[in-house]
Design a protein around this ligand. Structure first.
Ligand code: R5P
Length: 296
């Protein structure tokens, strides 16, 4: 039976996953030494087992070393396979040197994680300039898709929905959500001028009058993409748009700002947040059950 080991803060997700996949929920002890260094101890025996470390990688900087230490400990104690289940995969948006001299952090994180894990399972990683995770990760990496979950929520909860992606890159994804929702879709035009400065332009929406807009996005971080899109839609007479996102990062007061303009805001539970309404454990459990063991 596989051993599901949560990093701190991931216990609820791991417990759902263990139930869904029929695995043992293990225990990991972590703390800081007085000098701030990390202490990690596996309280469940990984010897001869497939070990799935569960750790969402939002705010990855706080957890990264403990994660690597736990993976290396599991391997050192005889685990047969050590996998990373990261419902949200951080650092994927710095996938290019946008300004001279910038670090392409997505490749650094990929190299470090690939050195300690046999396999990566994640959900909707931010793949804009990379065609797939295999371009950056050296281990078998599985990117699952939450579009059917978002689409089902829209189909069951919104009357006459209009699915709206915030930018041209979201076209394919918005189409997949809309297909699952049984709704029409379109995308907006977005220009990002800074971390908190997003400009959105609307296309001609006249033929969609009377529909309930539903903004979808893979990540809500500063919240300014959703905010700017919602403000524009309301300004031209649409009702406050509902929002459905995969990864609810919502830094600072982003959630309050978006909620002040939007209707309902829902997300998957890839990052623990009050907006969580769409559990991912069944999707991940299905993928784990179908996966072949990693090569020796
Ligand atoms: C961008 O390409 C992504 O799909 C999201 O639209 C973006 O990351 C959202 O970020 P924020 O909430 O900071 O506007």
């Amino acid at each position: 039976m596989r051993l599901i080991l949560p990093l701190p803060g991931n216990e609820a997700f791991a417990s759902q996953l263990a139930r869904a996949v029929g695995g043992d929920l293990g225990e990991l002890e972590t703390r800081r030494f007085p000098d701030g260094e990390h202490y990690v101890r596996l309280r469940s025996d990984p010897a001869g087992r497939t070990v799935d470390l569960v750790c969402t990688l939002a705010r990855i900087d706080e957890v990264f070393l403990s994660l690597i230490f736990a993976a290396d400990a599991a391997r050192g104690l005889g685990a047969r396979e050590v996998n990373l289940i990261a419902p949200y995969l951080g650092y994927m948006r710095q996938d290019s040197r946008f300004q001279p001299g910038e670090a392409v952090t997505s490749t650094s994180i990929a190299r470090l994680l690939s050195g300690s894990f046999d396999r990566l399972v994640t959900v909707d990683p931010h793949l804009h300039r990379y065609a797939s995770l295999n371009e950056v990760y050296a281990i078998p990496s599985l990117a699952l898709h939450a579009a059917p979950l978002l689409g089902r929520w829209i189909r069951e909860s919104v009357t006459d929905p209009l699915v709206i992606g915030p930018d041209a890159e979201s076209e394919q994804w918005a189409a997949a959500v809309a297909a699952a929702a049984g709704a029409p879709h379109l995308v907006l035009s977005k220009t990002r001028l800074g971390d908190h400065d997003v400009r959105i332009t609307l296309p001609d929406l006249s033929r969609h009058r009377g529909r309930q807009p539903v903004l979808i996005d893979d990540i809500a971080s500063s919240g300014h993409t959703l905010l700017a899109a919602a403000q524009q839609l309301v300004a031209v007479g649409f009702p406050a748009p509902d929002c459905a996102v995969v990864h609810a990062i919502f830094g600072g007061d982003a959630f309050a700002q978006v909620s002040a303009v939007a209707g309902r805001v829902v997300s998957t539970d890839s990052v623990a947040h009050p907006s969580n309404a769409l559990p991912l454990a069944p999707l991940i459990a299905q993928a784990l059950a179908a996966a072949q063991p990693a090569p020796e």
